[in-house]
Design a protein around this ligand. Structure first.
Ligand code: B16
Ligand code: MG
Length: 216
């Protein structure tokens, strides 16, 4: 493809801009211990990019008791979220690298529109904590979608908010579910971390600043 087709960049949040995996792990682990279900870091890795209730269903695959009602599952998810938010309040500007801040600023300087495209309902809280609200022209997150990744809804909404056609957008993701979502939305996909070697990734990124070689 010709790179000058790109007009906007849509960033996944967790695993791309910030790393809150460890907080998700701590909060889910506490909840899992309370109901006596086995949970480890390997299972936690499967939750990356996956919505909250879908994450709970993955954790409950190991649950051996009587089936849980939807109402009780919502209580468990809310408890986990309360513990997770407590941990998020401990985040600050130092939780975002200078490389990320400088790359975002330079992309804007080059005329690209920037959006968040995150499954998280806590995205705005995280962005406020790390002082990055002003770095983006739009935020599409778990509060404005009804289907989570790999459905493309969160990215399509981001493109709408930016008023840029989907095929002029580049999505930056760390999870294969997010790359699938980008491709389903007819967008280009850059993969960082685990998503770097995923078969559908168009642009593998060894480092966040590699975006500046793609978005010239
Ligand atoms: P919340 P992303 C995702 O964020 C996380 O990777 C995933 O682990 C989490 O379950 C999901 O958000 C929902 O988060 O419980 O805060 O609404 O990677 O899409 O930015
Ligand atoms: Mg992610």
């Amino acid at each position: 493809m010709s790179e000058n087709k790109l007009k906007a960049v849509i960033f996944d949040l967790d695993g791309v801009i910030v790393f809150t995996d460890k907080f998700h792990y701590q909060a889910w682990k506490k909840m899992a211990d309370e109901i006596g279900v086995y949970f480890d870091e390997e299972i936690n890795n499967r939750l990356r990019g996956v919505g909250r209730m879908e994450s709970l269903d993955i954790i409950l695959e190991r649950y051996e008791g009587e089936p849980l009602s939807e109402e009780y599952k919502k209580i468990l998810a809310a408890k986990k979220n309360d513990m997770y938010r407590e941990l998020l309040y401990g985040m600050g500007p130092d939780d975002v690298t200078a490389e990320v801040r400088e790359t975002l600023a330079e992309l804007r300087n080059r005329g690209y529109k920037l959006s968040i495209g995150s499954s998280s309902k806590n995205a705005k809280l995280i962005l406020r904590q790390v002082r990055l609200m002003d770095a983006f022209d739009a935020i599409s997150d778990g509060t404005n979608i009804s289907k989570s990744k790999p459905d493309p809804e969160v990215f399509i909404k981001a493109a709408e908010y930016l008023d840029v056609p989907c095929d002029n957008c580049l999505v930056v993701e760390d999870a294969s579910a997010g790359i699938d979502a980008a491709k389903a939305g007819h967008m280009y996909a850059a993969g960082i971390g685990d998503a770097m070697n995923y078969s559908l990734t168009d642009y593998p990124l060894t480092s966040f600043k590699d975006l500046l070689d793609i978005c010239k």
